[in-house]
Design a protein around this ligand. Structure first.
Ligand SMILES: Cc1ncc(COP(=O)(O)O)c(C=O)c1O
Length: 371
């Protein structure tokens, strides 16, 4: 009997050895590995600065504290994990949910319409959904034309690119954030990172990650100053060692994901099961989403799960969650999102997914929909 999750980590003996080395060293946390990991993230993304943090959520939280003020209006997507818009609320700001395009990302044309009408909108929080980057020139154009802040949530997208521009390079944004949760392309167990090209933002993030503490060269060794209210959102050396080792395998992971994506595309070429967007070489393929027109969505998921295929839905619309409804959300005009989430299905995709497992997923799904 197959038991196939939609995503899972790939841990090698080398990854384990690197973590063990740290366990035998002097530093379990905030030692040399964190800095090395940050340098490697800068290298992979092409951004000047990288800050390693304890999760993708803490990356978003700190970024929102830097970019937003209380009551700021922020355009964002209903098609993401809750953390994206929650981080806007953490900063006391106001998310505004914008409909999506057919590839599952925020619709930048709708964003522009809203920016034209309301000059008090301060930012766009965009998610490179499933690993596919947004059009970078278009994003940059909106940033410059409307003088707004842009955050790119690249939780799905380390190693992705669009028009030669790498995810996390912050070509069109002030800040990019990443998550290294085990289902993501590389993992540190829990973990995340923030990249930016601004020294000012970088220094603020370093302080906020560590209780708001600043330590300057003219202070005595026992001295430090807390200048603002910060947190303990540090990543450990143990996790950074795992992250460094995983980053060495990034290309291998991406190639494997792309190979699986190509197999799915081929298999569904003449099917009623539709991949969300045409094959995209620049996508990191964290998710492989198909749209399936089936009479009962719950039944479809249950049938797949009963047969050992742990397909998932990414995502339930954030604005329809009870907490968001209690804040007055839920009635936005988002027809694309409404039809998307009725049909979307995330199929298993991860480096160790074998050929026979892929075939089993394809054949089982086809059989359920009557093909
Ligand atoms: C788009 C997106 N943003 C943010 C997060 C939060 O990351 P983490 O789970 O590392 O806190 C996730 C993780 O699921 C995500 O998918």
């Amino acid at each position: 009997m197959y038991n196939i999750p939609y995503g899972r980590q790939s841990i090698s003996d080398e990854d384990i050895d690197e973590v063990i080395k740290v366990l035998k060293s002097n530093f379990l946390t905030t030692g040399p590995k964190v800095k090395e990991f940050e340098e490697a993230i800068s290298e992979v993304t092409g951004a000047k600065y990288a800050v390693a943090v304890s999760s993708g959520t803490s990356a978003l939280h700190l970024s929102s504290l830097v970019l937003l003020n209380k009551d700021d209006k922020v355009l964002t997507t209903p098609n993401s994990f809750l953390a994206t818009s929650n981080s806007i609320l953490y900063a006391g700001a106001k998310p505004i949910f914008v409909d999506i395009t057919s590839d599952g990302s925020i619709d930048l044309n709708f964003c522009e319409e809203m920016l034209k009408k309301d000059s008090s909108i301060k930012a766009i929080y965009a998610v490179s959904f499933s690993g596919k980057m947004l059009n970078q020139e278009r994003l940059k154009e909106l940033k410059q034309r409307y003088n707004i802040a842009i955050l790119e949530d690249h939780a799905h997208s380390i190693g992705a690119y669009e028009g030669g521009i790498r995810a996390g390079s912050c070509y069109a944004s002030d800040i990019s954030t990443f998550s290294f949760h085990p289902v993501k392309t590389i993992t540190t167990a829990e973990g995340g990172a923030i990249t930016t090209n601004s020294k000012e933002i970088y220094e603020k993030l370093l302080s906020l990650r560590n209780h708001g503490i600043v330590k300057t060269s003219d202070m005595a060794t026992f001295e430090y100053e807390m200048r603002e209210l910060g947190y303990n959102y540090r990543l450990t050396d143990l996790q950074s060692a795992l992250g460094l080792s995983q980053l060495k395998r990034l290309e291998e992971f991406l190639q494997k994901r792309k190979e699986i994506a190509k197999n799915y595309h081929k298999a569904f070429k003449d099917s009623s099961i539709k991949p969300l967007y045409p094959y995209d070489e620049g996508s990191a393929y964290h998710l492989f989403v198909v749209r399936v027109n089936y009479h009962d969505k719950r039944e479809l998921y249950e049938k797949l799960h009963q047969r050992g295929i742990k397909a998932q839905l990414h995502y339930l619309p954030i604005n329809k969650q009870p907490y968001y409804k209690s804040l007055g959300y839920g009635d936005e005009d988002t027809p694309m999102m409404d039809s998307y989430y009725k049909e979307a299905l995330s199929l298993p995709i991860y480096p160790s997914l074998k050929n026979d497992e892929q075939k089993y997923v394809i054949n089982t799904l086809k059989e359920i929909v009557g093909e």
